[in-house]
Design a binder for this molecule. Structure first.
Ligand SMILES: O=P(O)(O)OC[C@H]1O[C@H](O)[C@H](O)[C@@H](O)[C@@H]1O
Length: 322
């Protein structure tokens, strides 16, 4: 609930509080040139990110269920304190289906940030949560829309256990990018890396080839990746650049046709128009002692690209997006 300028229900205010699907509370961030971001307090979940032309950059399923305990299908779910089924908790942990609150008095933004619109959401465990994960924590999620339309997510997780006990967790920003046609998409920055294949009992393999393209189901956890990954949408002539910090791994997921049909909150053909690339910390869980804080950051930008098949130099794409 903070911004560099005033906040109100005025539609042109950089931070607006509103009601979304099923009357759920949401926050809208706006930037003067027209880009915007929507965040549901349910899940601390970014559901929309639009550029200055009003084009949606994130995928949100037409069948998404905005009702607890189901997490919203699309946007950017937060996976915490567990990624997928890597532990005893429910799939992807519980942060994505809890109600977060808005911090009315967030810590100030670092200097030179007067054009940023941002909101700080908070999650603290309930007594019920403590029964399934017996740890006290404070999770602050800052969602920022930069002056150029970039979307930044910063998570700060602090161990507030009074009993001196450390805790460990895994984490992911489970970003669903909107793409024109999955068969026209390439991901740059993960080639030659090791990955765990979720479709082969998490067996470890090494990625071959120049870039990653898609012609079947994929569900891989790339390990110790570079801090920049590019997602090139050839047809739409758009490149997403994902920059990350504190999140060594990157999950790449597309359910393809069979799994798409099996999901009740996902259209049969929607797999063609989405790709998840998820900045994550999975292979080596994060451990925090009481009083310690972890920070994990993801920054997304969408830039026009004039990529011609076979002529791509991944390094140039990443540099061009600097
Ligand atoms: O259906 P969900 O619980 O939201 O999970 C969706 C997907 O998330 C991640 O990408 C996992 O790697 C996949 O194995 C999983 O299918």
């Amino acid at each position: 609930m903070a911004s560099s300028t005033s906040e109100s229900r005025n539609p042109i205010a950089p931070v607006e509080f509103s009601k979304g699907v099923n009357g759920l509370d949401k926050v809208i961030l706006r930037e003067v040139r027209g880009s915007s971001v929507e965040i549901y307090l349910y899940g601390g979940h970014v559901t929309s990110w639009k550029n200055e032309h009003g084009e949606e950059l994130l995928f949100l399923s037409s069948k998404a269920i905005f009702k607890p305990p189901k997490a919203i299908r699309g946007g950017i779910p937060i996976c915490f304190p567990q990624f997928a089924a890597h532990g005893s908790l429910e799939q992807h942990g519980f942060a994505r289906n809890r109600f977060w609150s808005v911090d009315p008095d967030p810590p100030p933004f670092p200097i030179n940030s007067s054009d940023n619109a941002y909101v700080d959401l908070m999650l603290k465990p309930s007594e019920e949560d403590m029964k399934i994960w017996p740890h006290s924590f404070e999770f602050r999620l800052r969602v920022t829309l930069g002056p150029g339309g970039d979307l930044m997510l910063t998570s700060r997780i602090r161990n507030t256990n009074p009993d001196g006990k450390p805790f460990s967790f895994t984490f992911a920003y489970h970003t669903y990018f909107s793409v024109s046609d999955i068969s026209e998409v390439r991901v740059e920055g993960l080639e030659t890396l090791d990955y765990l294949d979720n479709l082969s009992n998490k067996e470890r393999f090494t990625e071959q080839g120049d870039a990653i393209t898609f012609e079947t189901e994929v569900d891989k956890i790339y390990l110790s990746t570079p801090t920049k990954i590019a997602i090139l949408d050839h047809e739409r002539k758009r490149t997403f650049v994902l920059r990350k910090d504190g999140l060594p791994d990157a999950v790449v997921w597309n359910p393809w046709d069979k799994k798409a049909k099996a999901m009740t909150d996902f259209g049969d053909d929607e797999y063609k128009h989405m790709l998840c690339v998820e900045a994550a910390a999975i292979e080596k869980p994060i451990t925090l002692k009481p009083g310690e804080e972890w920070k994990g950051r993801q920054e997304l930008s969408a830039v026009p690209s004039s990529y011609c098949s076979g002529q791509l130099d991944p390094q140039k794409v990443l540099l061009a997006a600097e």
